[in-house]
Design a protein around this ligand. Structure first.
Ligand SMILES: Cc1ncc(COP(=O)(O)O)c(C=O)c1O
Length: 442
């Protein structure tokens, strides 16, 4: 049955689209996936950071069904309640004055819209993005994406006037520095760019992921983000936070920028917003949004009534069940445990993250290096070799034991722990047990 379906799929779909597992799902509920051949898995990938309140949450199903009985599609011809009510609810979750919205369907689409908004309002063309960033696959979003050159192969020329600053990914510093002594060279680099490559008054926006997602689950230093905010304000550059992966409770707060006490000018939201129904949003201030003139952007499917109803139910569930607190609590436990494990297993070069967005970077030690004992605790992986093979064996073992984890990073040597916010302490302990056993055995 399983092979038959996969064989049929392979004849029908382009190989460009890669699947992380060969599981064929029969049923999905909460944290769990049941395959057609009767195996049950804990989905610690959350359907690529999307099923933040679990698969098929009953409240969301109920709201979507009710909406389907009323209207499924509007195509911007008429107004409907779910869209307006979702915007009102979303306003309660977004930081600062980010309380005007544009709804679309996917993360990439929201990023495209955010770029257009920034260029339209500032009348400037330059965009600064970061090394290792992932912002999506459409041509504009892809032009900002450098998590791997593979995604960009054969698509050049991409969008012009995109400039690249080094992401403050300290464990693998792009400038080869040690975070304890560097004095934020990467921020100095950004400032230099504004003198040598593009004048600040030609830059429409700087777009950043508050925690680097596909590029490696790296958390930037607090001071970097604070300085970045100041710099943007000083030069009238819009700061765009791409919260597509970090948003909607993933890090234990509604949005990851809250950890840094920073409010961007524009924010992109998708993935977790509607529990898997296609929906994304651009959020900005009234002042900025009001300058985006009628007809400057549009959509046929964006803000679909059913997706919006699902979005309302998702927000209500996160609030009612206090899922942000749960994500922070369960995430803290996991982080402490994994950091402790790191002391026992030198192959775990770095453990980092916020809330339920945790990355574990596997490394080998170069033969010339001192014994692992002496290296432990260092905050740079500069001299350590990414260990993709080890990661693959750990993932395979976890998968056999019913735990789905996926990887990220340019070297594919980082495991992501990103379970839904509903994950209980008991479930997290069970997952860590499987993971530790895999690391030990491999
Ligand atoms: C930070 C970030 N931005 C944008 C995207 C693109 O989202 P989508 O795949 O919905 O187009 C992703 C997807 O992983 C992402 O992580």
């Amino acid at each position: 049955m399983k092979d038959d379906l996969i064989g049929r799929a392979n004849k029908l779909f382009t190989p460009a689209l890669i699947f992380h597992t060969d599981i064929i799902v029969k049923r999905a509920r909460g944290l769990y996936i049941e395959s057609t051949y009767g195996k049950r898995y804990m989905d610690f990938s959350s359907g690529l950071a999307t099923t933040n309140i679990g698969h098929c949450p009953p409240q969301v199903i109920k709201a979507a069904k009710k909406q389907m009985d009323e209207i499924i599609h509007s195509g911007c011809i008429f107004r409907y309640k779910s869209e307006i009510e979702l915007a009102e609810k979303l306003k309660e979750t977004t930081p600062g004055n980010l309380n005007m919205f544009f709804f679309s369907n996917s993360g990439a689409e929201a990023v495209e819209g955010a770029l257009k908004l920034a260029r339209f309002v500032t009348k400037r063309q330059g965009i600064i993005a970061y090394t290792g960033a992932f912002h999506g696959r459409t041509m504009g979003a892809l032009s900002l994406t450098t998590s791997t050159a593979r995604y960009r192969r054969n698509y050049h020329p991409l969008l012009p006037s995109i400039f690249r600053a080094p992401y403050p990914y300290c464990y693998r510093c792009f400038l080869g520095q040690n975070p304890d002594t560097c004095g934020m060279d990467c921020f100095e680099y950004l400032k230099k760019m504004l003198r040598q490559e593009i004048n600040p008054d030609e830059v429409a926006a700087i777009i950043f992921e508050p925690v680097l997602g596909e590029g490696g689950y790296a958390v930037p230093p607090l001071d970097y983000i604070k300085e970045l905010r100041k710099l943007c304000t000083e030069y009238g550059i819009f700061l765009i936070a791409d919260e597509v992966q970090t948003g909607f409770g993933r890090t234990g707060k509604w949005f990851a920028c809250e950890h840094f006490g920073v409010v961007p000018d524009i924010m992109t939201i998708a993935k977790g917003i509607a529990s898997g129904f296609p929906l994304s949003a651009i959020a900005s201030t009234k002042e900025i949004m009001s300058k985006w003139l009628p007809g400057a952007h549009g959509t046929t499917f964006g803000g679909n009534p059913v997706s919006c109803a699902a979005g309302i139910a998702t927000i209500e569930t996160i609030m009612k069940d206090k899922l942000l607190d749960n994500a922070a609590r369960v995430g803290d436990y996991a982080m402490n445990y994994l950091k402790d494990m790191q002391k026992r297993y030198p192959v775990m070069g770095d453990v980092r993250g916020l809330g339920l967005m945790i990355g574990i970077e596997f490394v080998k030690h170069a033969p010339s290096e001192p014994a692992p004992d002496l290296i432990r605790g260092s905050k740079t992986g500069k001299d350590k070799i990414p260990d993709k093979e080890f990661l693959k064996r750990v993932l395979d073992k976890c998968y056999k034991e019913g735990l789905i984890l996926i990887e990220c990073g340019i070297d594919k040597n980082i495991i992501r722990f990103m379970p839904p916010l509903i994950t209980t302490m008991g479930e997290m302990k069970k997952a860590i047990e499987i993971f530790e056993d895999a690391v030990k055995t491999v």
